[in-house]
Write a protein that binds this ligand. Structure first.
Ligand code: FEO
Length: 394
């Protein structure tokens, strides 16, 4: 456990989980993650904001005695997901007079997921305040970043805001304060792509709201505390903007490299036109890298081999992932090669349909691409160029 004084009577009480390699059993972690809990000591009452991932409950609960925290009056639940709420039952056992404070939606989750009884929960509404004596907590209900139950807790006198998952990162540290770096930005962006990007519009709204509030610090429930909130808020402003970058994503799977050769050729043609592209090997690639690229890409061209009369299952998986992450891409197409026949692009088109992408005529080749197929790829590159130009990206 790390205990660190953040400001007078405000403590960080969190944990680095450096051994965690994957989150949500989906996206690999480069830097582990941290679970952040905070203790606020008012002149009359003491509150904890968010608790701990269940795996570390014992260590977390024991740390209160070790750090001479003898009483907790309020347990503020900014979010019901178990990596932050999982230790609340143990906290209630240790501090039987404590009351959980949260919004109605989160309360419902805590009752269902952790069997916390109703009489232990105080429901608050947007803008409600809770006095700790000389410190006042104000609650900002913020549904959709990233569950319907999420909210922020603003500590008025100190002008600092506890944002739950929002503005966080899967990142570990020796010190708890953010030091801007490429690694931190990458971790925060990957984290955004996985859990916040599907709700980009909502994230944009709360980014602006927190900017207006102009807090002295942003204290998320994963990753470092931001003493310079503009660092993470400016990144979120960019990532949540509706306009993508002049960038084409080329996720591909190729069994005999026929599709791979066409993807390489398209990448070269795009480069000649001043359009950067990112090739992503759907078999050997790191899903986190693809997720990050999806935050910026305007066009997606998927390359796939055919397996048993349909798209390669790996490409189906990636099309599904892209559809649920809801990136800002506007344009798409497909390139692929088959051996004996079938429907190569049907399933992929169906999966990507909810994104309402502008689809460029796909290119389907039997075996290796011939001269006429390369001419079609030239045409595809030209169409992408024109669409990026129309979108004001070139
Ligand atoms: Fe870190 Fe949505 O929990």
């Amino acid at each position: 456990m790390i205990y660190k004084k953040i400001k007078e009577d405000i403590l960080y009480a969190g944990m680095n989980d450096k051994d965690r390699l994957i989150f949500d059993e989906l996206i690999p972690l480069d830097n582990g993650t941290s679970y952040n809990s905070y203790i606020i000591k008012g002149s009359e009452k003491t509150a904890v904001v968010d608790s701990m991932y269940p795996k570390f409950t014992s260590e977390y609960i024991n740390s209160f005695d070790e750090n001479k925290i003898t009483n907790i009056d309020y347990i503020i639940a900014n979010h019901g997901e178990q990596d932050h709420s999982g230790s609340i039952p143990a906290l209630l056992e240790k501090f039987p007079n404590a009351i959980v404070v949260t919004n109605q939606v989160c309360a419902n989750n805590l009752k269902e997921m952790l069997l916390i009884s109703e009489d232990k929960i105080k429901i608050i509404k947007n803008d409600d305040e809770l006095s700790l004596g000389n410190k006042t907590l104000k609650f900002i209900i913020s549904p959709g970043v990233h569950w319907p139950d999420t909210m922020f807790t603003y500590l008025k006198e100190d002008n600092i805001i506890f944002t739950g998952d929002f503005l966080g990162a899967h990142y570990i540290f020796d010190d708890v304060f953010a030091v801007p770096s490429k690694e931190l930005e990458k971790s925060a962006k990957k984290y955004f792509a996985e859990i916040m990007m599907p709700f980009s519009g909502v994230c944009r709204k709360y980014t602006a709201q927190i900017k207006t509030l102009n807090p002295e610090m942003v204290l998320p429930s994963h990753g470092p505390i931001h003493k310079d909130p503009s660092y993470i808020l400016n990144l979120y402003e960019d990532w949540t903007s509706e306009k993508g970058k002049n960038l084409v994503l080329l996720p591909y799977v190729s069994m005999y490299n026929s599709t791979g050769e066409m993807i390489d050729y398209l990448s070269q043609k795009l480069e000649q036109k001043g359009i950067p592209s990112i090739k992503y090997d759907m078999v050997d690639g790191n899903l986190g890298d693809l997720a990050i690229a999806l935050v910026d890409g305007t066009t997606i061209v998927m390359g796939t081999s055919m397996v048993l009369a349909g798209a390669h299952p790996v490409s189906v998986n990636i099309a599904y992932l892209a559809s649920i992450l809801r990136p800002k891409a506007k344009v798409a197409s497909f390139i692929g090669s088959y051996g004996w026949g079938g429907n190569l692009f049907g399933k992929l088109s169906e999966l990507l349909a909810p994104l309402k992408l502008d689809i460029i005529e796909p290119i389907l080749v039997k075996g290796k691409a011939k001269k006429e197929d390369y001419l079609k790829i030239d045409k595809m590159a030209e169409e992408i160029y024109n669409k990026h130009k129309d979108l004001g990206l070139i």
